[in-house]
Write a protein that binds this ligand. Structure first.
Ligand SMILES: [Zn+2]
Ligand SMILES: [Zn+2]
Length: 223
C-alpha cells in the first residue's frame, strides 16, 4: 500500500494513502509553526507527523470533510500522536463510532473508533495559523454531513468526496443522495470564481472553471 506525498506549494502537501487511494492534506503556517490536517487516510498519520517534524510545525487541528472509513482510518492514531482536536460536521459524527461502516468496504481492515471534539457549522471560519482561513461549506449528498473547506484568499477549495476532477462523489452508500449532491455542488462550489483550485479527496487537483466546463456529471447543475 504505497503512500505518496506531493508538495502543491511550500505550505501545502497532499498525502495519498490507503486501499482507496485517499488524499489527505497538510496545511502549514511556517512562520507560526502551526499546521492543520484535512482527512487522515489509512497509513497517512506517520507521514503527516514526519512532514510536520521536518518543517518544525505542530499539528493543531484535524479537520474531516466527511467520515467514510477511507478518510478517517488514521484519525485516532494522528490524534494520539499530536493531541490535536478532531472537527467534523455534526450530521456525519455518528459514523466515527460505527464499525458497521467498515463492512460497506468489504475489507478485513482494522477500525478504530474516534471521537470528535469540535463540530463544524456551515459558514464558520477556521484559522490554521495566520496564512489559512478556511470557510466551512456544508455540501450534503455524498454523506449527510459532508463539508468543503474554502480559502478565499488562497483561492482554493478542499472538496473531499463531493467533487473530483471529471467526476463527483458516489451516492449509493447510506446517507447518499444524488439530487442533493448536485445541488450542493451547484450552490456551494460552482458559484466560486473559475480560477479557484480544487483539491479533492481522491485524484489530483483541478479548478472550478475546468469542472464547470468539462465535468460530465455537471452538465445541468452548473449552468
Ligand atoms: Zn466518501
Ligand atoms: Zn473517499
Amino acid at each position: 500500500m504505497p503512500t505518496e506525498v506531493v508538495a502543491h506549494a511550500p505550505d501545502l502537501f497532499a498525502v495519498e494513502s490507503g486501499p482507496a487511494a485517499t488524499v489527505g492534506y497538510l496545511l502549514l503556517d511556517l512562520a507560526a509553526r502551526e499546521a492543520c490536517v484535512i482527512d487522515v487516510p489509512m497509513g497517512s498519520a506517520e507521514r503527516f507527523r514526519e512532514l510536520a517534524q521536518q518543517h518544525g510545525v505542530r499539528i493543531r487541528r484535524i479537520l474531516l470533510t466527511h467520515t467514510h472509513w477511507d478518510h478517517i482510518a488514521d484519525a485516532a492514531a494522528l490524534q494520539r500522536a499530536t493531541g490535536a482536536p478532531i472537527a467534523v460536521h455534526p450530521a456525519d459524527a455518528y459514523r466515527l463510532q460505527d464499525p458497521v461502516e467498515l463492512r460497506l468496504w468489504q475489507l478485513p481492515l482494522p477500525f478504530e473508533p474516534v471521537q470528535a471534539q469540535e463540530f463544524l457549522q456551515h459558514g464558520q471560519r477556521l484559522r490554521c495559523g495566520t496564512v489559512w482561513e478556511l470557510e466551512v461549506r456544508h455540501t450534503p449528498g455524498h454523506t449527510e454531513g459532508g463539508v468543503c473547506f474554502v480559502d478565499q484568499r488562497r483561492r482554493v477549495v478542499f472538496s473531499g468526496d463531493t467533487l473530483f476532477a471529471g467526476s463527483i462523489g458516489r451516492t449509493d452508500l447510506p446517507g447518499g443522495d444524488l439530487g442533493q449532491l448536485l445541488r450542493s455542488i451547484a450552490e456551494q462550489l460552482l458559484v466560486l470564481p473559475e480560477d479557484f483550485r480544487v483539491y479533492p479527496g481522491h485524484g489530483g487537483p483541478t479548478t472550478i472553471g475546468a469542472e464547470r466546463r468539462d465535468n460530465p456529471f455537471l452538465q445541468t447543475a452548473g449552468r
